[in-house]
Ligand binder design. Structure first.
Ligand SMILES: Cc1ncc(C[n+]2csc(CCOP(=O)(O)OP(=O)(O)O)c2C)c(N)n1
Ligand code: SF4
Length: 274
């Protein structure tokens, strides 16, 4: 807990988002700042780490510490940071392209490693920044990209199912049209000891205008969080992908460097100096 009485807007930087009007990412920025205000975090104790993409611009829009890294590499960056500075609250933000395509391998291992941080994927089922190519979550018959005029034709990635199968200890899904819900889930994710994965369905009106219909099909899961992986797995496999809520939350050993590594940053710097 830090500075008293910060409001959500105190966590925003003076840089105005360049996102297109109606982009779902605005709601996630607002929800993140709201969650930090609810938790009473000081700006100095929070770090937002990202890769590359429209969604990965988040660190620029926040008045916390931030690291806008390289495409698909936000999770290893954040893992190193949290490992050496466990006192910090580390949030990782990015898109479905960044996190599940080029960064897919890191996603699997971050889930099983269970370092105490929160990963928010702003999922619009498309590569927004590079002008609308199919991503790992794009439906097989989506044919609006010149690169895949017949549709990608590939079974889409099910982020919640993969997170569960990879050993994540907290798995949730939210929708950009419900910002208070997102903020509540971000609070729960930050408070969860371990790796918390939050998929936020975040429409891209520019390249996926049909996603305006998502608000009609999103609805909450019938039940609250379960700590049974089989039950959670059944839920995410039987679901259409548009149910929201905390799906799975369990206590699992959190990975940290205590007892595993006594070296300090300076020792590594000395050892790897070229
Ligand atoms: C190594 C590398 N490969 C490819 C790119 C090009 N690139 C930039 S952003 C991006 C995809 C962004 O999509 P997503 O992560 O889904 O975020 P969105 O823009 O939709 O929010 C790609 C392929 C890059 N910057 N670096
Ligand atoms: S291209 Fe899509 S994801 Fe990127 S800012 Fe515009 S609406 Fe948002």
């Amino acid at each position: 807990m830090g500075e008293a009485l910060l409001t959500a807007k105190d966590y925003k930087s003076a840089t105005k988002p360049v996102w297109c009007p109606g982009c779902g990412h605005f709601a996630i920025l607002n929800a993140t700042t709201k969650a930090l205000a609810w938790l009473g975090k000081s700006r100095e104790e929070v770090v937002i780490v990202s890769g590359i993409g429209c969604s990965s611009r988040m660190p620029a829009y926040m008045d916390t510490y931030g690291f806008h890294g390289v495409h698909g590499r936000a999770l290893p960056l954040a893992t190193g940071l949290k490992t050496m500075r466990p006192d910090l609250t580390v949030l990782v933000t990015g898109g479905d392209g960044d996190g599940f395509s080029i960064g897919g391998n890191h996603f699997l291992h971050a889930c099983r490693r269970n370092v105490d941080m929160t990963y928010i994927v702003m999922d619009n089922e498309v590569y927004g920044m590079t002008k609308g190519q199919a991503s790992p979550t794009t439906p097989p018959d989506w044919s609006q990209s010149k690169l895949t005029p017949q549709g990608p034709g590939i079974c889409p990635f099910n982020p919640a199912a993969i997170a569960l199968a990879s050993g994540a200890s907290f798995v949730a899904r939210a929708f950009a049209g419900q910002p208070n819900e997102i903020a509540r889930m971000i609070v729960a994710a930050i408070e969860h000891p371990g790796f918390a994965f939050l998929q936020v369905l975040s429409p891209c009106p520019t390249f996926r205008p049909e996603q305006k219909d998502w608000k009609e099909i999103v609805s909450p899961f019938d039940a609250g969080p379960t700590s049974h992986p089989e039950e959670a797995s059944k839920r995410v496999h039987m679901d259409s992908g548009f149910s929201t809520g905390i799906i799975y939350q369990a206590e699992m050993p959190v990975w940290d460097r205590r007892g595993r590594c006594s070296a300090e940053l300076e020792d590594f710097a000395r050892e790897f100096r070229v």
